[in-house]
Ligand binder design. Structure first.
Ligand SMILES: [Zn+2]
Length: 344
């Protein structure tokens, strides 16, 4: 199983120039290879020694791979190749033998020299970096930031657990989970999330009026980090619960549908659901738990006992059959029972 971790680099001015230079060499060398393939109308052998000496040996391999891929893909698509095809990527790739990650990133430059670059990684990213085999990395500049994408190979986990867990994501209660054997748990602090969102919105609108963009950017970053940490915490707690409860499959609502839901609170932070969902998916995968996305149609309305549809305007869900429960628990139960609900 391959995972990708994204890390921010802090190169010095001189290192920045070296990186920029390598990126432009990488691009032009891929295009040179591509030209040769097009000229010969097929993939031909290109000796590494013919490529720019400023590229690390292993990056030359990537250059040829990159050009071959473009050539093959285009050929498959059109059956022929015209001269117009070119590589437009603004990055350079390194292979496992030409870099190491310790407290700093040690990067091979050219054939002999190395460059030590500072980077920032949070606890979670550090854990990722130390948990598998780093196979390759790609460095690029996005806006004003130097970003490094590291591809990590981890052994596939054994399939885990036998029970099903339904997870309902919301704003007032960030997540409610229910297993098919009746275990229920609430995750996260809804008030905390709501406080962050409203507090930020209020301050933002004031700053917008004053056109104070510098502080806005700073603030967005700070609150963004807080929300990021909350998502990490909630997703970890959900997966820990799933492992404790011997869960093999997690059901989540498909977010494309959630966007259509009329609940205003849900619409505010669809982006946050997307991230929380991806954290849950990723963390489940590392434990061998599979994640399935389901259609959220009527998950909050259906009575788990008699399947009748009821609209609940408060947090309390009541059904004429006598069934009563917290509305979010009803959602989680229905998500968990998705398959049996459908077959009824
Ligand atoms: Zn009922």
């Amino acid at each position: 199983m391959y995972l990708t971790s994204k890390i921010i680099l802090h190169p010095t001015e001189q290192q920045e120039n070296t990186l920029k230079n390598l990126i432009s060499i990488y691009k032009s060398e891929v295009n040179e290879c591509l030209k040769k393939f097009i000229l010969n109308k097929k993939l031909t052998w290109i000796p590494y020694s013919s490529l720019n000496r400023h590229l690390p040996w292993e990056s030359k391999k990537e250059v040829i791979k990159e050009a071959s891929k473009i050539f093959r893909d285009r050929f498959k698509l059109q059956g022929t190749i015209n001269q117009q095809v070119s590589f437009t990527g603004d990055y350079c790739k390194w292979h496992c033998n030409s870099f190491t990650f310790a407290s700093k990133l040690n990067l091979q430059i050219g054939q002999q020299s190395r460059m030590i670059v500072e980077y920032y990684a949070d606890e979670y990213q550090k854990h990722l970096l130390s948990s598998g085999y780093l196979t390759s990395l790609k460095i690029t500049k996005i806006e004003k930031k130097w970003i490094c994408y590291i591809k990590i190979l981890k052994p596939d986990p054994q399939p885990f657990g036998e029970y099903v867990l339904g997870v309902d994501l919301g704003i007032k209660v960030p997540a409610v989970a229910a297993t098919n054997v009746g275990k229920i748990r609430f995750f996260g602090n809804g008030r905390e999330l709501r406080y962050i969102c409203t507090h930020q919105t209020n301050r933002l609108s004031k700053l917008m009026k004053d056109k104070n963009f510098k502080i806005i950017r700073k603030m967005n970053k700070r609150w963004g980090n807080k929300l990021l940490n909350i998502d990490h915490r909630i997703s970890k707690a959900i997966i820990d619960f799933a492992v404790d409860e011997n869960v093999g499959t997690i059901y989540l609502e498909n977010l494309n549908h959630i966007q259509k839901k009329s609940d205003a609170g849900r619409r505010i932070s669809t982006w946050s659901y997307t991230r929380l969902k991806s954290f849950i998916e990723y963390k489940a995968q590392t434990k061998g738990i599979s994640v399935k996305l389901i259609n959220p149609h009527n998950t909050s309305k259906t009575c788990p006992k008699c399947n009748r549809l009821n609209q609940s305007l408060t947090r309390q869900y009541t059904c004429p059959c006598g069934y009563k429960n917290h509305r979010d628990i009803v959602g989680a139960l229905n998500i968990c029972n998705y398959n049996s609900r459908r077959s009824n």
